[in-house]
Design a protein around this ligand. Structure first.
Ligand code: MRU
Length: 373
């Protein structure tokens, strides 16, 4: 089984014209890369979770902006800006909850607007390519830093405790290392024994099984003692006393520390509070949206009913015509969060002050604006 750290989630092809993504819908059984270079295919790859995980779709958003802008034939800068705005808006419409997608598109657009009077269109294309590559490179370092802070917590708790996680916030969800799974990769680098010192419990994560298909694959391929549990077994495992800490990722953190993550996360946090288990959110600062005061403002993606009633089953498992609830994310209240691990350090309540002290501030938005902006 290939160590997932050796797989590239999203890269720019050598020809500098295509995006290459690992198709995560086929994992863990098939490892297949897709070459993308048109807007509809990129949109579909994000919507269908071929590339997924907040930081990874941010990196894809940056490359999408560059690759599609590079195909524009105009040499007129005003027209170039108009077309790039359309690209940004179209790609941003693929998924609404993870702020990293709009964050990366906004970052690319800021570069365009800041330098449009100084550069020719041809020079701008090179500048945009450099920015997209920088987003990917930075993501690798950010994930390593989050892993290092998370590893400090593991050291404090001591070797051998169980670690629970929900969904997949591993290397597959980022450019490399992941966020919630990064502490375990860093522990291995520090010589921790993968079988004795690390025991990772992955929630299966209905309905798209990112925990069973992706986190369990990543952890097992790294040699770690790994368990998959159905989502409704998390309480049983926590009650058993096996779990010493919980690490989860996030798709958007509001200024007050409320955060959206894969559906089911809030239930895990509520149970963890009941059993007194430390619950940490792993968040690159790009996932912290200081323009949103609380989680009430986060737009929750609703997905197709078939993901619940038909996907993964040999035959349909719910009656035809029944109503289906299928939100992709839920919002966990900040009162349930022990700490938020960023690349700049660990934030504790009150989170807004903690973020501000770290220099995490609202960013300029051209897409993903609030209704009144
Ligand atoms: O729908 P997905 O698979 O994109 O959801 C992913 C998650 O919820 C992750 O936990 C989150 O994006 C953080 S990834 C570092």
């Amino acid at each position: 089984m290939e160590n997932a750290l050796n797989l590239d989630t999203v890269v720019l092809a050598e020809n500098q014209k295509d995006i290459i993504i690992l198709d995560q819908t086929l994992l863990p059984n098939v490892c297949k890369y897709l070459t993308l270079n048109n807007a509809e295919d990129i949109w579909e790859a994000i919507y269908s979770l071929r590339v997924r995980g907040a930081p990874a779709i941010g990196v894809t958003g940056g490359y999408a902006y560059y690759v599609l802008a590079d195909q524009l034939t105009t040499t007129d800068m005003a027209e170039f800006v108009t077309e790039c705005t359309k690209i940004m808006e179209y790609i941003n419409s693929s998924r609404p909850t993870a702020v990293n997608l709009s964050w990366a598109l906004n970052r690319m657009h800021s570069v365009l607007l800041a330098e449009k009077d100084r550069l020719s269109v041809e020079e701008m294309k090179v500048r945009l390519r450099d920015e997209a590559n920088a987003i990917r490179e930075e993501d690798i370092q950010i994930s390593r830093n989050i892993g290092a802070y998370g590893f400090e917590l593991l050291e404090q708790i001591g070797k051998g405790v169980g670690i629970m996680t929900h969904c997949n916030a591993g290397t597959l969800a980022t450019a490399k290392y992941g966020t919630a799974l990064a502490p375990m990769y860093i522990a291995l680098e520090h010589g921790w024994d993968p079988k004795k010192d690390l025991h990772v419990y992955c929630d299966e994560t209905r309905p798209l099984l990112q925990g069973a298909r992706l986190s369990a694959y990543e952890m097992q391929a790294a040699g770690i003692d790994t368990y998959v549990q159905c989502d409704n077994m998390a309480s049983y495992t926590m009650k058993s006393g096996k779990i010493g800490i919980i690490f989860v990722g996030c798709d958007r953190v509001a200024a007050n520390g409320d955060f959206a993550n894969k559906i089911g996360t809030s239930g895990v946090a509520i149970i963890a509070k009941h059993y007194g288990i430390p619950f940490y959110v792993c968040a690159p600062s790009s996932t912290i949206d200081m323009t949103m005061e609380s989680g009430d403002e986060i737009h929750i993606e609703q997905r197709k009913p078939e993901e619940v009633t038909e996907m993964w089953y040999k035959e349909r498992m719910a009656p035809e015509g029944v109503g289906v609830v299928n939100p992709a994310f839920d919002v966990t209240d900040h009162s349930l969060v022990t700490g938020i691990i960023t690349e700049k350090g660990i934030a504790y309540a009150p989170f807004k002050e903690s973020f501000e002290k770290m220099g995490i501030l609202p960013v300029e938005k051209y897409v993903d604006k609030k209704k009144d902006q």
